[in-house]
Design a protein around this ligand. Structure first.
Ligand SMILES: [Zn+2]
Length: 197
């Protein structure tokens, strides 16, 4: 009995610590998502034990009802959650490799996480069309990066890189020809700046 307890206590402590860390991350990300969605929304990350068996191909998703209305929550994959957590906990300190290339996997995942959070937030705002949602996400990337605590210069760099990559993206439902400066999905067609103005 005593042996079992000795074994069980660390597992329980570990689970409690994991739970607290996850909740902290979810709450931090929900603040950013709510700002983009213009309403209070939740972010859900998989727990430690779920993570071990996660096989989702999606970086994130939002459910819509039969009337095309989004629910109040986005679920993010473990990779997305981890990438974003690294950003706001300041484990991911520099993005200057985006200029010269040769970024490591952690940096690539962090950037992908930021775009995913922006994308799902626009779904939560009520947009269903993937091309339109992704185009708005590209234009909101800098703001999301800033809200996660990334300095302005790096946030701007990330946004420029994401927009540049999108120009070369193959045609798909996520890539609309209307996503360009002055195009139908330009959030600020009155300014020539892209993607942040
Ligand atoms: Zn989507």
């Amino acid at each position: 009995m005593r042996f079992l307890l000795i074994l069980l206590i660390p597992v329980m402590l570990f689970s409690a610590w994991q739970f607290a860390r996850r909740e902290e991350n979810e709450n931090r990300l929900a603040l950013v998502a709510s700002e983009v969605a213009l309403r209070d929304v939740e972010v859900s990350c998989p727990g430690f034990w779920t993570r071990l068996v996660e096989i989702t191909p999606n970086a994130g998703w939002v459910d819509f009802d039969e009337h095309g209305r989004p629910t109040d929550k986005t679920s993010l994959s473990a990779t997305t959650c981890r990438g974003l957590e690294r950003v706001w906990r300041r484990d991911q300190r520099s993005f200057t490799c985006l200029i010269g290339g040769g970024c490591d996997q952690d940096t690539v995942r962090a950037v992908h996480g930021i775009v995913t959070l922006a994308h799902e937030s626009w779904h939560l705002r009520g947009f269903l069309d993937e091309g339109q949602t992704q185009c708005y996400a590209i234009q909101t990337t800098e703001r999301v990066a800033l809200r996660l605590g990334i300095p302005l210069a790096d946030a701007h760099l990330i946004a420029l890189r994401v927009a540049a990559d999108d120009v070369h993206a193959p045609a798909s439902e996520y890539h609309s020809p209307r996503c360009r400066p002055g195009g139908a999905f330009d959030l600020h067609p009155e300014t020539p700046d892209w993607p942040t103005g």
